[in-house]
Design a protein around this ligand. Structure first.
Ligand SMILES: *Cc1c(COP(=O)(O)O)cnc(C)c1O
Length: 227
């Protein structure tokens, strides 16, 4: 199936979830996660109207960026090693995986403009997941005021991989409540208006719970297909 066809189906699901919860579809952006697919497939997403592209590894990011460049808004969504920051920092618009002070320091040192960052939160507490424990998020964000190149635009999480809707919903709702607590602080460096949550298997629940950036790989660009 073409990206365009897949996108239409996804947009219908988003519209329905928005209608159900009184949200506006214009508040929900799709980041096409292209880590599994070719540059051609990523371009197909752009041609289908996608603006945001996401990659989770620096080499994949650079490969795609080399060809697609400024045609897209670029999101780095994966775990970012501090020593790799300098390779990509000039090209990224958003980093979704800020989860430690040493990474903030490195971004701040290497960037020559403001970088929009999501603080990654491990809401589910799974050992395998990166991100801060919920109770550490607010103090962490407060310390980021020392870094002039970092703007905390929002929070990011990954829900557990499960069919249990209640577990997923709890995870997204907790992130939203945490975001609201950060917003209440009215920190100049941390407007924290955005929620990066929802992947192929759980994005409808994420929209219902307030997601503003969905990170969609499999369901949107899929595994590579010959058409
Ligand atoms: C791969 C990845 C996604 C996309 O996953 P799908 O289930 O294929 O939609 C989203 N977020 C992160 C952090 C990822 O690494």
């Amino acid at each position: 199936m073409s990206v365009k066809q897949r996108l239409q189906t996804i947009q219908q699901h988003i519209a329905k979830a928005c209608e159900k919860t009184g949200r506006s579809v214009s508040d929900v952006q799709i980041v096409a996660v292209t880590k599994y697919v070719s540059i051609a497939r990523a371009k197909e997403a752009i041609d289908a109207g996608i603006v945001h592209l996401g990659e989770s590894r620096t080499d994949g990011f650079l490969q795609k960026y080399e060809t697609i460049g400024k045609e897209a808004t670029w999101h780095f969504i994966g775990t970012l090693q501090s020593r790799k920051v300098k390779q990509i920092i000039d090209y990224v618009d958003y980093v979704h995986s800020l989860d430690r002070l040493s990474l903030a320091e490195e971004i701040n040192k290497r960037a020559n403009r403001t970088i929009k960052c999501f603080v990654q939160v491990n809401v589910s507490g799974e050992q395998s997941k990166h991100g801060l424990a919920p109770e550490d998020v607010l103090p962490f964000i407060e310390t980021l005021s020392a870094f002039s190149r970092i703007q905390v635009v929002g929070l990011m999480t990954m829900a557990p991989y499960t069919d249990d809707e209640a577990t997923i919903r709890y995870c997204f709702r907790t992130l939203r409540e945490l975001k609201e607590r950060v917003q209440e602080k009215q920190l100049p460096h941390a407007p924290c208006t955005q929620l990066s949550m929802g992947m192929s298997n759980d994005y409808v629940i994420a929209v219902e719970e307030g997601a503003t950036f969905l990170r969609l790989g499999t369901c949107l660009v899929g595994e590579e297909e010959v058409e």
